[in-house]
Design a protein around this ligand. Sequence first.
Ligand code: URA
Ligand code: SF4
Length: 476
Amino acid sequence: MSLGLAYRVRIEPSFSAWREEARLLLRQGIAPDQVELVSTEQDHAMTFGFAPAPAPDPALAIQKPSVPKAFFELAEIVCCHKDPDRWQLLYRVLWRVQHERSLLLNELDEDVARMRRMDQQVRRDLHKMHAFLRFRMVSTPEDPEEHYISWYRPDHRILELAVPFFAERFAVMQWTILTDYASASWDPQSRAVTWGPGVPRSEAPPEDELEGMWRSYYSSIFNPARLNTRAMKAEMPVRYWANLPELNILPQLLAGAESRVGVMMQQQSSLSANTYVPNDHTLPVLRDAIPRCEGCELYKPATQAVFGVGLAHAPIMLVGEQPGDMEDVEGKPFVGPAGKVLDQIIAELGFDRDTMYVTNAVKHFKFVQRGKRRIHESPNLKEIGACRPWLLAELDAVQPQVVVCLGASAAKSLLGAKFALMKDRGKIVESPYAPRVVATIHPSAVLRAEGETKQVLYNYIRQDLALAAQTAGLAG
Ligand code: URA
Ligand code: SF4
């Protein structure tokens, strides 16, 4: 029996607010088709016009809801989606999970499929923000301390999800990220994030006016030493004041950071392909621009930049280290001896390299000259970091289902300098820049190895590529 819509519940757009309401509704036994959960972002008026609430059915009341971990994890991401219907969807699935324990495993279920789709969209948006947000340095006469600011426009409400990444990466900087719905400011001294109002899209400054806006307004608000919440609320319309708690994150971040300036230079500005990467992330545009890159010193002795090749929207993207001697001459990745090993493994698995996208973490060949020979030299962390913007732009263009890092350099680029290749190879992991990444051995390690090790390493790569193919939904 359907009782018709009886309740309307307004949800502040945060996971905890939804969870509170959902718990109350479950306890009263209010079924999802009896209630409408609306976000306060959408709900500008209208709280009347509904039938008086019938008494909930006590038999349906759930005092101790069971919230499986899988639901919890999914819901935390889905609640950041901008779809106004998300609170309703989440409640419906939570309700159904109480009665169908294995609901989340049923990928054919419409609600579950929708949640998964939303989860993917939010994650993709998050990876983009990690990859492409840029800070600008500003300082004001009253506040000569360097402050880095960025105005970024995510598709979804992902600032809270994104902040830990920037707090870790730019732990020693004072920075602020402004989005259309909220802002976050990091203070390296207290290692705390201060949350604030957003800048509505209509008032968003063009890139070159960001600084002026900062000077006139935000610097006084966001200087944590002078932060005055009450004054700020009085000045900003309440609806822009996101209801976010002050948060202390990752207190260990500062450990080991020495010089604010030194680390900053290394991480953000001095050595980077950033300014050479076009905003248009389509492969032909990127390929066209890369010969002009001078993002690090490696372009000088090399013959040419070697850009990726392959299928434009390949499900699998292979990332090597850097071009070798032959690649440098021919201008294509993996055409030398390591490429032969790779081809053999791919063929054994029943695939074809043309159905993948193949590139490198660093686009120029690094070598030392010994007589007539050019001896390969691994790129260092600075060079890998400098070249990362090209790789991220390729990732954005191709949007592969799975990225395979061939060797430690590619793994360092996408999974961080501390990634332990031998320990963590062969596992699907999430990178800040891509949802599914697996790292494996570099094919040239097979060439260098002797005796039994050769076959062992070969099998590792084979196994890990098979896992990637399976994850990407390809049948071998
Ligand atoms: N090794 C790599 O990592 N990439 C190439 O393109 C060739 C060899
Ligand atoms: Fe640019 Fe990368 Fe070449 Fe350095 S290695 S010059 S960052 S393309």
